[in-house]
Design a protein around this ligand. Structure first.
Ligand code: ZN
Length: 261
């Protein structure tokens, strides 16, 4: 789980920035009131496997922006989480981190309370018992980080939110690619405002070798029905986008949060 050099991914990153900035420029030229804007926040000074996911996700969302006709901006500057900057965006995506200070937390809280949308991946929902952001803990369903599987492994997921547009065209179960899986305590399912869409199948237990998930209700994707938000546990390593089924899930989620389906 240690940090490591990411220099060999800089070329990919530069390519990615090129793609994103051309997309943003195109957005400025063609802008129409109907074209939604999405802001991705991520970090490069975090665990290597979280950086790898973020770089893959930037490519995935850049392609999706072309397909679904939304404007996409991406930044590693979390100070961009402020009222003025967030104003034009219909959706904010956190790939692998969360706000760094109180001003950023409060700006995000205002954004969501006023009807903004959020898609959070993996460690972006991390909380422990010393959390300094009680609003966010309620927002994600009240669960603090409890345990994780290690090493990263694929896992069978149950699609239990069948009626949601987010799970459209998904099978009843599928194998989600290699990921580090988190268990939250208490389970977000116990919160009456939380709608769980996908859950780790108990048939995976024991999941892991060094870090073991051996029991419990482990939701993997859920929404808080009081907000336009969706959390996905996926986001560790460079295999996340290798499943067409899971890619459909992420695409559906993005469309749903943008009010398209
Ligand atoms: Zn991880």
């Amino acid at each position: 789980m240690g940090r490591g050099p990411v220099s060999k991914y800089l070329v990919a990153l530069i390519l990615c920035f090129g793609m994103l900035s051309s997309s943003a420029a195109a957005g400025a030229q063609e802008s129409t009131p109907q074209r939604p804007r999405v802001l991705i926040l991520y970090s490069l000074n975090v665990e290597t496997d979280h950086v790898l996911f973020a770089l893959d996700a930037l490519r995935f969302f850049a392609a999706l922006a072309q397909k679904e006709n939304f404007a996409l901006d991406a930044t590693t500057n979390w100070e961009d989480l402020n009222d003025a900057n967030l104003q034009p965006y219909q959706l904010v995506v956190w790939l692998n981190e969360s706000p760094h200070n109180q001003a950023e937390r409060e700006a995000f809280e205002r954004y969501m309370t006023k009807g903004g949308a959020w898609l959070g991946f993996h460690v972006s929902a991390y909380n422990d018992k010393t959390t300094k952001w009680p609003w966010f803990l309620t927002f994600i369903g009240g669960g603090v980080f409890d345990n994780n599987s290690w090493p990263p492994l694929p896992a069978k997921l149950i699609v239990d939110g069948r009626a949601s547009p987010v799970t459209r065209n998904l099978p009843e179960t599928f194998v989600s690619p290699t990921n580090e899986w988190y268990r939250w305590k208490p389970s977000p399912r116990l919160d009456s405002h939380i709608h769980v869409l996908l859950t780790l199948d108990p048939s995976n237990y024991p999941l892991g070798i060094k870090g073991l998930l051996t029991y419990g209700d482990v939701p993997a994707v859920w929404t808080n029905t009081q907000y336009k938000m969706l959390y996905m546990n996926m986001g560790h390593g460079d295999k996340i986008f290798t499943s067409p089924v899971q890619n459909t899930l992420i695409e559906n989620a993005t469309e749903w949060l943008l009010g398209k389906n």
